[in-house]
Design a protein around this ligand. Sequence first.
Ligand SMILES: [Zn+2]
Length: 95
Amino acid sequence: MTRRIFRYVPFTIVQDATAEPEYEARCVSGDDSECGAESGVWPHPAEVEEWQRKHTQETGHTRYRRNFADYAVMEPLDGLPTGLEPARVTRVRAS
Ligand SMILES: [Zn+2]
């Protein structure tokens, strides 16, 4: 899980563990018009990659557009009193 500090605001943004992320791919191979075949939505990338391998094997198509979606929630930083001024929160630099 990726955990990131949002600058100035005493919240962390975390992936919502109660909702499954969504992975999908669509075949965009073709010169004039794209193929358009779709993998369907899956909770893991492995199923999508397997679908791509099969589709490429069957059609020779090699170019796909992939979509990923998940849900994020804002969580208060641990140990911070409510009402703390944002300016006094120690900032964490993004590397
Ligand atoms: Zn295709």
